[in-house]
Ligand binder design. Structure first.
Ligand code: M6R
Length: 598
């Protein structure tokens, strides 16, 4: 949530900061702005709307200089408009600041500063920070920053420039990510690791409770009391595939990348999976938000089928922090694409502080969740830019399926081993099935066009198919703004059936042979009330064909592997629905790629 990009070098850095912000736009896109130091004074340009709006404003300004800091915003306090856009200048214009996070005591601080004559131009919580720095400044910016952060309650990643310090960007971090890097006389500050990966070979991911400054050749790091710390550099894994290529949207590109990403994910799993995580375990709790939670739901269900002796749960991270799972004998598995989701990170910190065992499933190396966890499976999906997660989800499913099969091998009796081994073999061949399923895109596009004026869509499934229905429904809501709900098919008749009337669209995921007859009964119930039915299924069955208005045929795979494949038509359906409805597919309204506030 919110992207910070800063740059300090020997020449003008504004262009570089603008490019950095353009890349980080997936973190927030309500407004954006850049400040730069030039001839001893700080100037800034900021604009409501997308980074493209900032580009035009920059053209008509003469903003230039170094150091320079920029921000792309996801509003928390105050409407998304020019006045609430970052950066903020201090009252005397000596400091400029960008902030990601939430300051809980900002009203008290604002009152305090107002009593000393400070004035404010925005409704944000962030503006108090820059004025507090001015208040504490007595010839030493670092000291002023340290006094400031000690008084802040809440979460923050900050970048600050000062007219007193010609070649430094100051920073501080608590509960929001910030990464630093150096390259050939240029220093960078950035909200996330992917944002720096094309610029530096090594980076420093800051820990909570650190502050300091970066200059063109150096990083100085301290704790909040100004005791020096040693920066720890880690190698950056380069991703050469960050451009949109011939695609109109990153989401569509990322769907095409699923087969290769899944094969990388499985490689990465087999290279690094620590089998010892199962020692002493009798309970597994998957934790995540949104799409990552849906991956956890699939894993929970798989484990319940494959290893009935294990106690398994899938919890929303936001709810998990209020629950009390015993730590002894439990393996906690946080699942996250970004590794920065605040609710999941809080859950991880809670588990860590109670001594629990953690195995994170994450896509971004060096992310906060990765650094907080004892063991990690990297999903290696490559950078995911579209806000709607697709390839990262398929990769989560692939590695979690491998994990569940390994768990089953560890905990089950010998007679299950041949079944597990054959499923493991089939899992390795899943990328080729994924290539096949993506070719349903023409049919799915036609269906999405046909139903593009639907007001409401119901996704039905049973067992594993219900988990896929949840993900399909989330994807549709997220990018096409169509109201949609997912139901275990048997549950519909207990209330929601009242909403089914002539023309309502039902998308049924039907991949489990044993559940086929029961699904057909549900379809008959909605059909007789006038629903239009799209079935996503590998089965050719007369009753299914008679009830369905359309069937999206998917390749047959063994039952437990179906979620990895059957979700693809639902991802494509969401994509094309959003396209035909004229929505901003890669940057849906009100959302951001990485949700770093609780
Ligand atoms: O980065 P994470 O996987 O932790 O993010 C969790 C959710 O915010 C995320 O999956 C969200 O639901 C997606 N935008 C869905 O497409």
């Amino acid at each position: 949530m919110c992207g910070i990009f800063g740059c300090v070098g020997s020449s003008d850095c504004v262009g570089e900061v603008f490019n950095g912000l353009s890349f980080l736009e997936y973190r927030g896109y309500d407004s954006s702005g850049i400040a730069a130091l030039s001839s001893d004074s700080i100037h800034l340009v900021k604009k409501k709307g997308r980074v493209a709006a900032l580009r035009s404003a920059l053209f008509s300004s003469s903003l230039s200089g170094s150091p320079s800091i920029g921000h792309t915003r996801w509003a928390t306090h105050g409407a998304p408009d020019d006045s609430n856009a970052h950066p903020f200048l201090s009252d005397d214009s000596s400091f400029a600041l960008v902030h990601n996070g939430v300051i809980e005591n900002y009203l008290e601080l604002k009152k305090f500063l107002s009593s000393y004559g400070f004035s404010f131009s925005s409704e944000t919580d962030s503006e108090v920070i820059v004025n507090l720095i001015q208040y504490f400044y007595n010839g030493d910016t670092l000291l002023a920053l340290s006094e400031t952060v000690k008084r802040l309650k809440g979460s923050f990643a900050l970048a600050v420039i000062s007219s007193y310090d010609k070649d430094k960007i100051f920073f501080a971090k608590k509960d929001n990510p910030l990464v630093l890097g150096l390259n050939n006389g240029v220093g960078y500050v950035c909200s996330d690791y992917p944002g720096l990966s094309s610029r530096v070979d090594k980076c420093v991911a800051l820990d909570d409770g650190t502050l300091g400054f970066i200059s063109p050749y150096d990083i100085a790091l301290f704790d909040f009391s100004l005791s020096p710390l040693q920066p720890v550099f880690t190698h950056v894994i380069k991703d050469d595939n960050l451009s949109i290529g011939h695609y109109e949207h990153f989401m569509r590109k990322e769907i095409d990348e699923i087969p290769e990403a899944v094969s990388r994910a499985l490689n990465s799993y087999y290279m690094s999976f620590p089998a010892s995580v199962f020692d002493g375990i009798n309970r597994i709790v998957f934790i995540g938000c949104g799409t990552a939670l849906h991956a956890g739901l699939v894993a929970k269900r798989l484990l319940r089928e494959l290893s009935p002796s294990l106690d398994c749960y899938a919890e929303s991270s936001g709810e998990f922090v209020f629950s009390d799972f015993p730590v002894n004998g439990t393996l906690f598995v946080p699942v996250s694409q970004s590794g920065e989701t605040a609710d999941t990170l809080s859950a991880v910190k809670k588990i860590k502080s109670s001594g629990g065992k953690i195995l994170a499933v994450c896509n971004v190396p060096s992310s906060s969740i990765v650094r907080e966890s004892d063991n990690v499976i990297l999903t290696s999906a490559g950078t995911e830019i579209a806000v709607a997660s697709t390839k990262a989800y398929n990769c989560q499913l692939a590695v979690l399926t491998a994990f569940c099969l390994d768990a089953a091998k560890y905990f089950s009796s010998d007679e299950n081993i041949p079944f597990i081994d054959s499923a493991l073999c089939e899992l390795l061949a899943i990328p080729s099935k994924l290539k096949v399923v993506i070719s349903c895109e023409n049919l799915v596009s036609l269906l999405a066009e046909k139903y593009s004026s639907a007001q409401s869509v119901f996704y039905l499934g049973r067992g594993l198919d219900f988990c896929v229905a949840c993900e399909g429904s989330l994807k549709l809501k997220e990018i096409s703004y169509v109201h949609s709900e997912a139901y275990p098919a048997g549950e519909l008749k207990h209330g929601t059936l009242a909403l089914i009337e002539n023309g309502v669209l039902v998308i049924a995921v039907i991949t489990q042979r044993l559940l086929l007859d029961k699904m057909i009964t549900c379809l008959a119930e909605v059909k007789s009330r006038g629903a239009k039915i799209i079935a996503v299924s590998p089965f050719s069955d007369d009753k299914l064909s008679a009830l369905s208005d359309h069937i999206v045929a998917i390749p047959a795979v063994c039952d437990i592997l179906t979620p990895i494949v059957s979700v693809v038509p639902t991802q494509l359906f969401a994509y094309f629905s959003a396209l035909y409805r004229g929505c901003d597919i890669d940057k849906p309204r009100n959302l951001a790629k990485s949700v770093t506030v609780e």
